[in-house]
Design a protein around this ligand. Structure first.
Ligand code: S3P
Length: 416
């Protein structure tokens, strides 16, 4: 156990280069490792989750050479083996899908948190495609014995890009057409990248179809992660007179629920230097001012699901009652984020309660100094950090888990 101390910040005025996107970094490594040819990925996130993915694809036979944040990846036919996905749900679930139609026997394991997260959401539809998968009570370790697959038409019961991606990746090696239908479109990086890699993939509203395809290597430059940008941007809104610009933030529409909330609460924010494309980016600038409470739920949730703990920290600094609903998925993230967000912010004196599918925050009362437990969840550590920095300081237990998605978060964002 370690303890990191964050002091109260009297002012906040920062310009930050956005951390590269975690979802896109993992996908660019995994897809290129499996593809035919060689590619260079620039601005790769070198966080623990991405390093876990790199370790897995190396074990599968691909070559990944790192030169700073540039990766040179040479694809290879994957061979069997034991793959440690660490804390990375994206690595585990996407791999299970991709491996199920290949030749070989693969065993996937992960850390304690990942081993308690549900895998049936991917293994059930994959089994319906003919996959031979054995799980451990619906969890890792999962054993995949590659087998011939056939396409399915699948209505997604939960909004999850990981599940959608796993099925589409299996569809690359399935007989016939594989279609995944979502109620609300979750992040679509898999669709964007596979299309650029020669996959026979089509998108029709909230339905995505893929047919058996060979994919070819593709150079990518990873844009910034709006989920990581959330912490400095929210912190600037929480500190009197605060200002922050985060440069090169990914603003793919399936990810920008945060900006919708900024609009709803009346935050002073602007986008500049917009670069259009399948994965557009912009510099985002915010200035602190009077804010209104938020009420978020429904179709917005998949577009900001990872940002909710930070938004709850922000809500503590907004007069009035803010609400999150329809976010039951939070319970199956790296921790049960309804409980861990509530516990972390309560330890700083916040008036917050958990509900069945979200949180209610009565904001506007000053936070006090306290000890918050990250429970080894990177987003809880970073949310507690911004709450403490804008409040009266915080000691965070096991804060270094922030490196799962944001290496040097404390140095760069908080200045510890
Ligand atoms: C991710 C999808 C989301 C998100 C996770 C990354 C991805 O999970 O919470 O951090 O890269 O596809 P779900 O698919 O479980 O919603």
């Amino acid at each position: 156990m370690s303890v990191t101390t964050v002091k109260k910040l009297e002012r906040y005025d920062k310009v930050i280069d956005c951390m590269p996107d975690k979802s896109m970094s993992i996908r660019s490594v995994l897809f290129n490792a499996y593809s035919i040819g060689s590619a260079t990925v620039k601005n790769l996130l070198l966080s623990d989750d991405v390093l876990s993915c790199i370790d897995c694809v190396r074990r599968l036979g691909a070559s990944v050479e790192l030169d700073g944040t540039t990766a040179h990846i040479k694809g290879a036919p994957f061979v069997g083996g034991t793959l440690d996905c660490g804390n990375s749900g994206t690595t585990a679930r996407l791999l299970i899908g991709l491996l199920s139609g290949l030749n070989g026997v693969f065993t996937l394991i992960g850390d304690e948190s990942l081993s308690s997260r549900p895998m049936k959401r991917v293994t059930d539809p994959l089994k319906a495609m003919g996959a031979r998968i054995t799980d451990t009570d619906g969890h890792l370790p999962v054993k995949v014995v590659g087998s011939p697959l056939h396409g399915i038409d699948y209505d997604m019961p939960v909004a999850s890009a990981q599940v959608k991606s796993a099925i589409l990746l299996a569809g690359l090696n399935a007989e016939g057409k594989t279609t995944v239908r979502e109620k609300t479109v979750s992040r679509n990086h898999t669709e964007n990248m596979l299309s650029e890699m020669n996959a026979k993939l089509s998108v029709n509203g909230a339905a995505v179809s893929v047919e058996r395809s060979v994919i070819y290597s593709k150079d990518f430059t990873v844009g910034g992660d709006i989920s990581s940008a959330t912490y400095p941007l929210c912190l600037a809104l929480m500190v009197k007179g605060g200002r922050c610009t985060v440069k090169n933030v990914g603003i793919n529409k399936t990810r920008t629920g945060l900006l919708d909330v900024f609009k709803e609460i009346g935050a002073d924010f602007t986008l500049s230097n917009v670069k259009e494309g399948a994965e557009p980016t912009a510099d985002v600038t915010v200035k602190q001012g009077k804010l209104k409470p938020f009420n978020i739920g429904g179709e917005l949730i998949p577009r900001l699901v990872d940002e909710i703990p930070a938004l709850c920290a922000l809500a503590c600094f907004i007069d009035g009652v803010s609400r999150v609903s329809g976010a039951r998925e939070l319970k199956v993230k790296e921790t049960d984020r309804i409980s861990t967000t509530v516990a972390a912010l309560k330890s700083l004196g916040a008036d917050i309660e958990g509900t069945d599918d979200g949180m209610i925050i009565r904001g506007g009362r000053p936070l006090k100094f306290g000890v918050a437990d990250s429970k080894l969840d990177h987003r809880i550590a970073m949310s507690a950090a911004i709450a403490g920095a804008a409040g009266d300081g915080v000691k965070i237990v096991d804060a270094e888990c922030a490196s799962v998605s944001y290496p040097n978060f404390f140095g760069e964002v908080i200045g510890v």
